[in-house]
Design a protein around this ligand. Structure first.
Ligand code: XBP
Ligand code: MG
Length: 238
C-alpha cells in the first residue's frame, strides 16, 4: 500500500536548474568579478555532478584560470556557492520560478488523503525554504512530515543516503513509498534505497533513463488513484 510521497525538488517541483540555479551561478560569477559564465548547454553537462559547490569544483578542474591549489579552489567554491544561493533566493522572490503543472494539486490532494510526504533533495535547505512558500503558500511546511536536504547527508544523489534517511524519519519500509524524480541520479538514488520512482522528465533530463520504469504522462497527469495503482505495479522490493 502507498503511504508516502517522497519529492525531489530541482527539476521535479519546478524548472529550478535551468531558470534558477544556473542563472544564479552566473550572477554570482559577475558579483565576484569573474569572467565566467555557464550557458544552458554547459550547465547541462555539469549537472552530472550533484551539489552546487561540487559542481563549481568540477568546473574549476577544467579551467586554466581557476585558483591553483585545492585549498584556494575550495575557498572560492564556498564563496561563490553562498553568493549563488543568495541570488537564487532573490530570483525566487521575484517570482521567476513557477511550480510545474500538476505538482501543487498533487501535494495538496496527497495531504488531504492522509498520505505522508517528505522533501528528499540534495539542494541546500535555504533554497528549499526560499522556494516552497512561493510554490505552495505560507503553510507549505504543513504538507510535509520531513525535510531532507544536502546538508543532511555525507553523500549526495545518486547515493541512496538521502532516501534511506527519509524512510528512517518516516519510519517506513521502502515498498510503502513512492519517489517523484526527474534526473537519472535521483532515480538511481531512490531505486538503490528500494523505493519505486515516478519519473517526470524535465528540461535537462527529457528522456527517462534505462530502467526508470514508470514515467509521468503529461497528457494524462496522475491523480491519487493513478498513483496508487501505478505504485502497486511498479513497487520496488527492498
Ligand atoms: C539538485 C542538485 C543541486 C542543485 C543546486 O538536487 O544537484 O545541486 O543544482 O543546489 P535535487 P545547491 O534534484 O536532488 O534537488 O547549490 O544548493 O547544492
Ligand atoms: Mg531533480
Amino acid at each position: 500500500m502507498l503511504e508516502a510521497l517522497l519529492w525531489d525538488v530541482d527539476g521535479t517541483l519546478a524548472e529550478t536548474e535551468r531558470d534558477g540555479h544556473r542563472v544564479a551561478f552566473n550572477l554570482a560569477f559577475a558579483e565576484a568579478g569573474l569572467p565566467w559564465g555557464w550557458c544552458e548547454r554547459r550547465y547541462g553537462e555539469l549537472l552530472q555532478v550533484t551539489g552546487g559547490r561540487e559542481r563549481l569544483l568540477a568546473d574549476m578542474a577544467t579551467r586554466a584560470d581557476a585558483p591553483a591549489t585545492p585549498a584556494a579552489r575550495e575557498a572560492l567554491a564556498r564563496r561563490l556557492h553562498a553568493l549563488k544561493n543568495a541570488a537564487y533566493a532573490r530570483l525566487v522572490a521575484e517570482d521567476r520560478l513557477r511550480a510545474r503543472p500538476g505538482v501543487v494539486g498533487l501535494i495538496r490532494a496527497a495531504r488531504a488523503a492522509g498520505l505522508r510526504q517528505a522533501i528528499v533533495t540534495t539542494t541546500s535547505r535555504a533554497n528549499v525554504q526560499a522556494l516552497l512558500p512561493r510554490l505552495l503558500g505560507p503553510d507549505w511546511a504543513n504538507c510535509f512530515d520531513a525535510l531532507l536536504c544536502g546538508e543532511d547527508v555525507a553523500a549526495k544523489k545518486p547515493d541512496p543516503e538521502v532516501y534511506t534517511l527519509a524512510l528512517q524519519r518516516l519510519g517506513l519500509a521502502p515498498a510503502r513509498a513512492l519517489a517523484l524524480e526527474d534526473s537519472p541520479a535521483g532515480c538511481q538514488a531512490a531505486q538503490a534505497a528500494g523505493v519505486a520512482v515516478l519519473l517526470r522528465p524535465s528540461a535537462y533530463f527529457p528522456r527517462p533513463p534505462d530502467g526508470a520504469g514508470w514515467t509521468w504522462d503529461e497528457a494524462r497527469p496522475p491523480d491519487l488513484t493513478a498513483l496508487r495503482l501505478g505504485h502497486a505495479r511498479h513497487r520496488a522490493v527492498a
